[in-house]
Design a protein around this ligand. Structure first.
Ligand SMILES: N#Cc1c(N)ncnc1-c1cnn(CCN2CCOCC2)c1
Length: 292
């Protein structure tokens, strides 16, 4: 998403960009781009960036008693320089503090799913964390576990890390804090989502360190792009769980005959509308607030 008059992003992900705003500040922008099966699709989902930005900001606030975060402002009219007042950024961007990023993708899991299931089927463990026998895709785990990965540069994929490897990377004290806080964030998220009929199965968070050496929660938090959200009433261990937000899109892609190695197909309007509605519904159900 190139925005006229803005500098080249310092980081560009599948669906988000990060711009240098000077004075130790960055502007993180969430696009309406949609990815599925690791492919960025050519059709945008209207309001996706605004919904996920609003949800992440809500979670940062909910977690502010537990951890400091990198948010400075979400009001475009308070942004510095060329970013100030830009309508293309309104509601879909956050002004954040630039941090020294921890070189570990911090993942916590309360359910067995995806790459975790694949690891478990090989050696009964995920990231070296041993699990009971008899678990399957979608099984609830006895306890929430920390299953970190490396931060690979595409086209390489993130690789599982053992806790000992995290300690070697960041030191035992910070490793313990990363594990404790990442698990606590998922557990907090589950306590909010569970009573609202949503299983929050796992999440990935990113941490940075500020000039004072304090661990600060960065990136986005507890959004459908960083976490697995499942409709609780459809939970059925033993198969892939329907995604609260992406299932209409996944089902259509699977039925369209699309070859996942090929570029993504254009989406029909009804799938775009259904996907938008799922994101809005997730936001309203979790926060209890209307999406405007
Ligand atoms: N958040 C944050 C942050 C920060 N507060 N300070 C310094 N660096 C970063 C940073 C740099 N890369 N990433 C990976 C996630 N990005 C998110 C945006 O979109 C692109 C990917 C985070």
């Amino acid at each position: 998403m190139t925005i006229p008059g803005l500098p080249t992003p310092v980081h560009s992900g599948k669906v988000r960009e990060l711009y240098d705003a000077g004075d130790g500040l960055l502007v993180m922008v969430a696009s309406d781009r949609m990815s599925a099966f690791d492919v960025v699709l050519p059709t945008a989902i209207p309001d996706k960036g605004r919904v996920l930005t609003a949800l992440s900001l809500w979670w940062f606030d909910q977690l502010s008693d537990l951890v400091p975060n990198h948010v400075v402002s979400a009001d475009v009219d308070e942004y510095p320089g060329v970013f100030r007042g830009r309508d293309e950024l309104r509601g879909r961007s956050v002004l954040v503090r630039r941090l020294a990023m921890v070189p570990v993708e911090c993942v916590a899991r309360a359910y067995l799913s995806g790459s975790g299931t694949k690891q478990y089927r090989v050696d009964g463990a995920v990231c070296g964390v041993p699990l009971p026998a008899g678990l399957t895709e979608g099984s609830e785990l006895p306890d929430t576990i920390f299953t970190p990965t490396t931060k690979a540069t595409p086209p390489d994929h993130d690789a599982p890390m053992t806790y000992a490897e995290v300690e070697a990377a960041v030191g035992p004290e910070q490793a313990a804090e990363l594990r404790k806080l990442t698990i606590e964030i998922l557990d907090r998220g589950r306590r909010v989502c569970g009573p609202r009929g949503i299983i929050l199965a796992d999440t990935k968070v990113e941490w940075g360190v500020d000039a004072a050496g304090t661990l600060v929660l960065a990136d986005e938090v507890l959004t459908p792009d960083s976490s697995r959200f499942w409709p609780a009433e459809e939970w059925q261990p033993g198969r892939a769980q329907p995604s609260y937000d992406k299932q209409p899109l996944r089902d259509w892609l699977e039925s369209s005959g699309w070859d996942k190695k090929a570029p993504g197909p254009e989406l029909p309007p009804e799938i775009v509308a259904a996907t938008r509605e799922r994101y809005v519904a997730a936001y309203e159900r979790i926060t209890g607030e209307r999406f405007a």
